[in-house]
Design a protein around this ligand. Sequence first.
Ligand code: HEC
Ligand code: HEC
Ligand code: HEC
Ligand code: HEC
Ligand code: HEC
Ligand code: HEC
Length: 194
Amino acid sequence: MNHAGLVANCARCHSGTIATGKPARHIVTNAACETCHKSTVTFAGARVDHSSLSGTCVGCHNGATAEGRPLRHLLTTLPCDTCHRTSFWTPVTYRHMSPLYTNHGPAVSCDSCHVANAQTVAWKFPAFKPDCAGCHVDKYRPMPHVKFERPVKVYYTVAELRDCTGSCHTYADSTQRTIVARNFNPHRALGGGW
Ligand code: HEC
Ligand code: HEC
Ligand code: HEC
Ligand code: HEC
Ligand code: HEC
Ligand code: HEC
């Protein structure tokens, strides 16, 4: 077969009768063969240009026609493109809908919170949900959180500072009328360490 000069309308012949057509397990597409098949020597090694494809991602990415979700993937029924783009699988981009989510940025991986691979998270200290303390009580150290010094030194409790933004003034004494120290910097989830 001499393909010289043939650059389009391959399907005129390549429909399975005159010449090789799409095999049964071919990816689902109605696009012209030449969109993806540039060679007239072999059909193997074709690359997919997603901009020419239609249909849902999972229609192809189901583990049969194209790579699907690996085992141990986050358990979700959301469409693939809520989290994935077509050019690469990682890194993942996802915007939370839940008001309970605190943006920690990419430094904290999905599975540090979604430890069970579920869409929900296991709150380590549910009594303090939805505040920072719901996950971070174990990080709380009373010493830097002095409330007042006289007549005896008293520290803020976790409950008072549960959202990590508490004004955290240190007062002169238990009347709490005179502030002797101010801590202007609440902890931030995007700020790095504590
Ligand atoms: C006029 C009919 C005709 C057209 C148009 C045509 N081909 Fe073919 N092609 C054939 C025939 C006949 C063969 C050899 C027998 C076969 O493959 O069934 C062949 C063989 C091939 C092969 C060899 C491998 C294989 O599995 O057969 C490739 C690859 C191929 N064609 C690609 C293309 C592409 C890409 C186009 C469009 C740019 C195209 N052809 C257009 C008729 C055609
Ligand atoms: C959207 C892109 C796309 C279109 C359009 C497309 N193909 Fe494919 N095709 C592929 C990809 C990707 C493969 C897998 C290549 C591989 O595994 O190396 C493939 C594989 C094949 C194979 C098997 C090659 C092998 O050796 O395993 C054949 C035959 C084939 N295509 C024929 C066709 C024909 C005929 C048409 C048009 C009627 C067509 N394809 C349209 C992307 C496409
Ligand atoms: C018509 C079938 C089809 C549809 C629809 C489709 N894909 Fe693909 N995709 C493929 C095939 C086949 C490959 C294999 C890579 C190749 O051969 O180029 C692929 C590859 C990929 C890759 C790997 C790219 C790389 O180079 O490593 C990603 C990521 C991807 N697809 C994401 C998506 C997402 C997200 C959607 C939905 C918006 C989607 N795909 C829709 C068929 C499809
Ligand atoms: C809610 C978000 C979300 C949805 C929806 C989602 N994924 Fe994922 N996917 C992830 C996360 C998170 C990872 C792990 C990324 C990492 O390891 O950095 C992942 C990893 C993957 C990987 C492995 C990437 C690699 O190279 O290790 C594949 C393949 C994949 N997903 C395919 C899919 C497919 C196919 C769908 C749709 C059927 C889908 N995903 C839907 C979040 C999602
Ligand atoms: C800092 C902790 C944390 C991190 C990191 C995190 N999540 Fe979440 N995510 C949550 C919380 C909290 C919820 C609300 C559900 C609950 O309270 O059980 C949630 C809910 C979700 C939901 C349900 C729908 C929604 O938006 O409410 C999906 C899907 C999800 N997360 C995917 C991801 C993916 C994908 C990543 C990584 C890119 C990720 N999460 C990283 C804490 C986190
Ligand atoms: C749903 C659980 C969850 C909630 C709610 C949460 N975090 Fe986190 N946070 C994590 C996880 C998981 C990590 C990463 C592992 C670790 O450091 O414990 C983390 C990490 C951090 C870090 C980085 C620690 C370091 O050592 O670099 C800071 C700072 C932080 N969080 C602050 C906050 C603040 C402030 C809030 C409230 C506005 C908050 N977090 C709410 C789960 C949560």
